[in-house]
Design a protein around this ligand. Structure first.
Ligand SMILES: NC(=[NH2+])NCCC[C@H](N)C(=O)O
Ligand SMILES: [Mn+2]
Ligand SMILES: [Mn+2]
Length: 300
């Protein structure tokens, strides 16, 4: 039987300060995402891209240390509505970014369908800042906090409810760059974190089986939010905020394969691919490879 999946691109580059990540969805399409999934017997509906406005002079002033707040909120509102509709129609949503601020809209559209949505946040960063704690004012460093109901109402209240998720249902994997405010929030909230320290000590097989067992027992759906900067910049150079010492290509494929086997995923997004910073579309190609493993590609 064919499985229905909807692809939604979000050419968003307003949640951070380096141009080019808006071209991520087309780079991932160019690297063959639709063909890869069709070969795995998915019935793919590519819905194209969510409209994202350009920064204009009217919005250039930063409101509360939140760069491009209004445009980021508007695009995420549209994304949330689309994701919501696809889930209602029984289609698995696969969202392609764009910078990580788009997780705000994805989670807004997804979480209303679950009592206890789990989230796997595969990332070098925690993305747990708010305007009060952010060193940069970049909203791509805030989506997980926003989804917990922390931050500006224009972001936290998309689709009119909050919070979207509970801290104990979050598992961060690959963290190696956390700001002081993010560390405080992790400590006080009960978010689960497998930083690079735990990945080094336990190995990816143990990390993933613990994460999967934990989420399986307490959630009724699981969203994967994969920031390509979770991988080491050697393997994924086309990202705006690279951090050395990251997850390897092999570890990442194993993580995707274990998720495929577990059958717990109900939505996914791949973000932060920046073709201008990339080498010959390497990072988008890695993303498509990971998407293949995540949706059942096997070596034998
Ligand atoms: N999705 C990302 N790449 N986030 C990077 C965030 C970097 C830094 N923690 C900040 O808040 O500015
Ligand atoms: Mn990141
Ligand atoms: Mn991120």
């Amino acid at each position: 039987m064919k499985k229905n999946m909807s692809i939604i691109g979000v050419p968003m580059d307003l949640g951070q300060s380096r141009r080019g990540v808006d071209m991520g969805p087309s780079a991932i399409r160019y690297a063959g995402v639709v063909e890869t999934l069709e070969n795995l017997n998915y019935d793919i509906k590519d819905l194209g891209d969510v409209p994202v406005s350009r920064p204009d002079s009217k919005y250039e002033k930063q409101e509360d240390n939140l760069r491009n707040l209004q445009q980021v909120a508007d695009a995420n509102q549209k994304l949330a509505e689309m994701v919501d509709k696809e889930i209602t129609g029984n289609h698995f949503p696969l969202v392609l970014g764009g910078d990580h601020s788009i997780a705000i809209g994805s989670l807004a559209g997804i979480a209303k369908h679950y009592e206890n949505l789990g989230v796997i946040w595969y990332d070098a960063h925690g993305d747990l800042n708010s305007g009060d704690t952010s060193p940069s004012g970049n909203i791509h460093g805030m989506p997980l906090a926003v989804s917990l109901g922390i931050g500006n109402e224009k972001l936290t209240n998309i689709l009119g409810y909050q919070p979207k998720i509970k801290p104990e249902n979050i598992v961060i994997i690959g963290a190696r760059s956390l700001d002081p405010g993010e560390k405080d929030l992790i400590k006080e909230s009960g978010i689960n974190v497998y930083s690079m320290h735990e990945v080094d000590r336990l190995g990816m097989p143990a990390v993933m089986s613990q994460a999967i067992d934990y989420l399986k027992n307490r959630t009724d759906g699981v969203h994967l939010s994969l920031d390509l900067d979770g991988l080491d910049p050697e393997e994924a150079p086309g990202v705006g905020t690279p951090v050395i010492g990251g997850l390897s290509y092999r570890e990442s494929h194993l993580a995707m394969e274990m998720l495929a086997e577990s059958n717990i995923l109900t939505s996914a997004e791949f973000v932060e691919v920046n073709p201008i910073l990339d080498h010959k579309n390497k990072t988008a190609t890695v993303a498509v490879g990971l998407i293949g493993s995540l949706f059942g590609e096997k070596l034998k």
